[in-house]
Design a protein around this ligand. Structure first.
Ligand code: NAD
Length: 475
């Protein structure tokens, strides 16, 4: 099959490379000229395990090429995937402008009947809007097919998820046999080994995408809220989630407490569905609560830090891990950003280390932070260590070395990767989210105090994001 994939970001590039691996001839299209130049030279523009190697292989086997010439790509393909970004607008509704541009290009440059397959996450009803644009601009010359094929890959394991999806969701018109046949052929390598392919109507497929992400987001906020409660109740969240997760109806995945979820999908899609609800006069109260919990959660680390050091000015804090999760350099909506802004506001010296995200964090924070060459160097003369992303490399550190470098032995673990008893044995004051055995006075901070802290932190974060503060911090 000759396929064009519009958008060469995390989803589009993974899809383009994956489809080429399946034997198709694929053109990756992007408006970002620099990205296309890098890709043509065989350089992946972001970090994703295994992507670089497969990119080089597919380029050399000549099944994959890249361009910013939308017209030629559309003319030469019978199938067009749309995987462009849908970032939140100021009012948090998804920005559909890139999707609509691709739809317009598709209608203007199509030289025969083609398939338009949308992978971008879009509000319910967008596929109908795409259809309208294509019919209006194409003047009905060709009978194009519009298919919704939402994407569920996770950054950090994008290729693995492409080749081993839990399910493939396809939304199409009930009588569209041609599209059904096309999708069955395209994904046959997966369905042949048992991957379920679920055909449904287009609107339901659009809801399925949001519902999946919002369910996961709500589950995480639930477990984070439970962790905060455990601290006050003298229970241990790790024990609680183990016990609860043994119920098959609940399970253990996406059931770990921490400083909250980030990334390009969960926070964005959660808020988008709340906004989409409003357009239908529907109040998603459960999603609003999940969002509120997530916005507060990173500040739990600041609360504890304040319990240790009521005045943080001049302290040196080491930060291990910045990306929103391990295995990616993506910083979009990462909780680390919230904490870095909060620490900078309190005039803390911050030394950061991340195995992949340093180039991106440097672009945001410039000289406001220090960037030691490795994670041990980040600890030199530090008054506390904050662990914010659970990269593998941090799991078994040399504790003696850590002690020889830190000024004060406070470790605040935002991802609960260490064992409190073991940390105490090594002589650290260790705090994990919702963990027992905490050396902290009392059982955490009372809720009214926490509320006050969150509220003032949120308002200072808003101020920090204002242009004046960005200049102040050289951002
Ligand atoms: P991204 O920001 O990494 O990439 C989007 C790309 O689209 C950019 O390279 C941009 O230059 C390009 N683009 C914009 N307008 C274009 C146009 N008119 N023609 C060609 N290219 C254009 O985004 P992403 O993370 O890959 O996400 C893409 C979509 O998939 C979003 O809707 C997102 O919500 C959804 N999604 C993302 C993930 C994820 O983990 N990142 C998972 C599932 C679904």
């Amino acid at each position: 099959m000759n396929i064009s994939v519009f958008g060469c970001g995390y989803v589009g590039l993974t899809t383009a490379i994956g489809l080429a691996e399946l034997g198709n001839h694929v053109t990756g299209v992007d408006i970002d000229a620099q990205k296309i130049e890098l890709l043509c030279q065989g350089v992946a523009p972001f970090f994703e395990p295994g992507l670089q190697e497969l990119l080089i292989r597919q380029l050399s086997e000549k099944r994959l090429n890249f361009t910013n010439d939308a017209r030629t790509a559309i003319e030469q393909s019978n199938v067009i995937f749309c995987a462009v970004g849908t970032p939140p607008l100021k009012d948090h509704y998804a920005d559909l402008s890139a999707v609509l541009v691709v739809a317009k290009d598709f209608s203007l440059y199509s030289n025969n009947a083609k398939f338009f397959i949308n992978k971008s996450t879009v509000p319910i009803g967008t596929s109908e809007e795409i259809s309208r644009i294509i019919s209006a601009n194409g003047k009905g010359k060709f009978s194009h097919r519009i298919i919704s094929n939402p994407e569920f890959l996770r950054e950090g394991s994008a290729l693995q998820d492409f080749f081993h999806p839990d399910r493939i969701i396809i939304g199409l018109a009930q009588d569209d046999k041609e599209s059904r046949q096309l999708m069955e052929n395209l994904y046959r390598p997966f369905t042949d080994r048992g991957v379920p392919m679920f055909f449904t109507d287009i609107r339901s497929s659009e809801v399925i995408k949001y519902a999946s992400n919002c369910f996961l987001a709500t589950r995480l906020s639930f477990v984070n809220e439970l962790a905060n409660f455990c601290e006050l109740a003298g229970a241990d969240i790790k024990e609680v989630t183990k016990g609860v997760g043994l119920d098959h109806r609940i399970g253990h995945l996406f059931f770990e407490a921490g400083i909250g979820f980030g990334g390009s999908c969960l926070p964005k899609d959660l808020h988008a569905l709340i906004e989409i609800g409003k357009t239908h006069q529907f109040d998603f109260s459960i999603l609003k609560a999940a969002e509120k919990v997530n916005q507060r959660q990173p500040y739990r680390i600041m609360q504890v830090l304040h319990q240790i050091y009521p005045n943080l000015k001049g302290k040196t804090i080491a930060v291990w891990g910045l990306s929103f999760k391990p295995g990616t350099d993506d910083l979009r909506d990462a909780p680390s950003l919230i904490l870095l802004y909060a620490l900078l506001q309190e005039k803390v010296n911050i030394k950061v280390y991340d195995p992949a995200a340093i180039p991106k964090i440097r672009k945001i924070f410039g000289t406001s932070l220090s960037y030691p060459r490795d994670y041990y160097s980040a600890l030199k003369d530090s008054d506390a260590l904050l662990l914010l992303t659970e990269w593998d490399v941090f799991h078994n550190p040399d504790y003696r070395k850590i002690k020889s470098l830190m000024r004060h032995y406070y470790i605040l673990d935002g991802r609960n990767i260490f064992n409190p008893a073991e940390m105490a044995k090594h002589g650290f004051h260790y705090y994990g989210i919702g963990r027992k055995n905490s050396w902290l006075p009392a059982a955490g901070v009372s809720q009214p105090k926490a509320q006050k802290f969150y509220t003032s932190s949120l308002s200072s974060q808003r101020k920090l994001k204002s242009s004046r503060s960005r200049v102040k911090f050289g951002l």
